[in-house]
Design a protein around this ligand. Sequence first.
Ligand code: GLC
Length: 760
Amino acid sequence: MQLEIIGNIESVKNSTNHLLIKTPEATARIWVYSDSVIRVNVSKAFDETDPSFAVIQSPAGQLDYSETTDEIVITTSLLKLRINKSPLRLNFYTADDKELSKDDERFGINWQGERVINYRKLYADEKFIGLGEKTGNLDKRGSSFTNWNTDAALHDTKSDPLYKTFPFFIGIHSGLTYGLFFDNTHKSYFDFGATTDEQMSWFDADGGDMNYYFFGSQSVAKIIEDYTWLTGRMEMPPLWSLGYQQCRWSYMSAAEVLDIAQRFCKEKIPADVMYCDIDYMHGFKIFTWNKETFPNPKAFIAKLKAMNFRLVIIVDPGIKIEDGYKQYDEGVDKDYFAKYPNGENYTADVWPGRCHFPDFFRDDVREWWGAAFTALTEPGVEGFWNDMNEPAAWGQNMPWLVKFGDKFMPEVRNAYGMQMARATYEGTRKILGDKRPFILTRAAYAGTQRYSAVWTGDNSAYDEHMLMGQRMVSSLGITGMSFVGVDIGGFTGDPTPELMARWNSLGVFTPMFRNHAMQGTIMREPWQWGKKNMAIIKKDIELRYRLLPYIYSGFYQSHKTGIPLSRTLAIDHTHDENVYDVKYHNQFLFGDSVLVAPVESTQLTAEVYLPSGNWYRLSSGEKYAGGQVYNVDTPLTDLPVFIKAGAIIPMQNIVQSTNEKGDGILELNVWYGSEVCSFVYYEDDGTSYDYENGDYNKREITFNPAKRTVTFSEAEGSFKSKFSHIQLLLHGFEDLPGTKRKVEKRYQHKNINSLFKIDF
Ligand code: GLC
């Protein structure tokens, strides 16, 4: 194998919207996407159609550059890209010349065979966050990773690769931040100083171009905003999908599913969603129902709906080879399956036995797949769980020569799951008309947030896995995925009652709140854990429902800006070293101002680091000064949750389902802070797409301690709030000069739909 180096620049040309640079080995193209986003593509054979599964933007920035004998400098208001000519090296700076990220001077970009590699300078204090669903620490310095979507059943806290590919990371050093998205779906590798002599980090792919987007904003939040501007943001999820979700592999019959739903009602434990795993099907054939165990899907789903439950059902890509099975016959007739180069359909074993696999990379196949969902929507299903789409097959090892569209498997494998989720989303959205479908997928590639929520696959029922799951949720948030869940309780193995209760407490603060377990494990529903634990679980689920106005507003933020609901502290406290300390790296902010410190199930006290600002413990109201470590009690009944001083948190009364009306009172909790603070409250009907046409209700709520006022901006949008009253609850206000009362104050105001201001 030969090492081919990129060499010296021979020519530079301004080519419409990009700079075209030639070396003897390759061509480099540079586009300015915006003032803070510059794209680099270095290739030997550029595909002029320039396809990307992830990117939805075109270059919109101004291409301003200057050239001397030694270098070319591209300048925006925020960034400078200095391109060294001999040899070609790409070095990024802030507009005021602070060094953000450079090619390694010795090696830069080169090739070994088809493999294209970029070696970059590693800074002494550099930290790395991102890559989405990965094991290991928050700070990935000293680790290396592979992206190769894999059915990672039984993965442990060190396994790699896993199910998803998000080749996007953020580098933090010298008080600076930058982001880099390597948009290449081949098997790819990232080394953050794991295997070199502390001089360089590097990333590479088995094939394709050195095609990356460089983000130069000086804030992690702004980099995430830019990344999700480039790759898209989530739609507003259906409100019901934010309630509690109960799943199992499998509830074996309609009767069993109904029994479980009924028990939730009887115990008065709020819940919104029941799932059917693979056993609802006839012979694991997608788009069929088992006629014996699910004899009347329509009546079954109607009964669930009458209890205010929605149904989510699983679909896998493997289509059983069986004459007379509609999907098989049509797929063969129309040639819809992935193929060997000789035209034969690729065959492998999954749950149904011998299967073929739809080629989701083709428009016609996605349309066909999407249209087939009528078999499920017609009886009333509104949620679609896409599994095994790495794609998984027993033995894992899909031959290299399998073809999807005109590409061989290794080139696009990492985007297969995303294309399946896309087909499911586009199809069901079309069929359901104005109703929002809920889509969940296991495999994903950058940009999947446009179509689907994700969960972290088959985790395990032990503490370390629970804590790692939280880091994955926060890390997926960095890479644009806000709507993320883990199997609460652990998929594999049996949790202790304590672990179940603790994990459920954490689930309250997980964007998708789903309890799921593997076949053969003990039953997991809240009442399986004894009275005392059930009471804890119930109280926590009730808290989730009380927080829904806050959570929904948080999802609105993700929809608008890409900022995730679950936020590693590295987003708001980027340059605080403690945030990356393994003792505290599981901590996160849930929305703007709720800090959660996950702790193991057996731990009855814990060290918690509270970053700058003042904090109040949610359960006790106790006040803490930030920038310090505290040892706090963490009994099973009380996961450490802290509220930021100056937080405004809208809550509601306990409802049994998001479909229940509630008492019409929006409980507005304000925690005293000495600075002016505000919160953007958002509400819409929770089910339709009318919000896209202005049918929502949005207001900025502001607390001004000096003026002693809480004010509401005029409502934007035409939606009439479901709340008619506001109850204002003031916490920690004994700190407000002149306030004598130690107890919380309550104010009642009628009619949230009109504009008002409260003085106190
Ligand atoms: C896979 C999924 C799991 C599901 C099971 C059966 O293991 O990850 O969630 O329950 O398949 O469908």
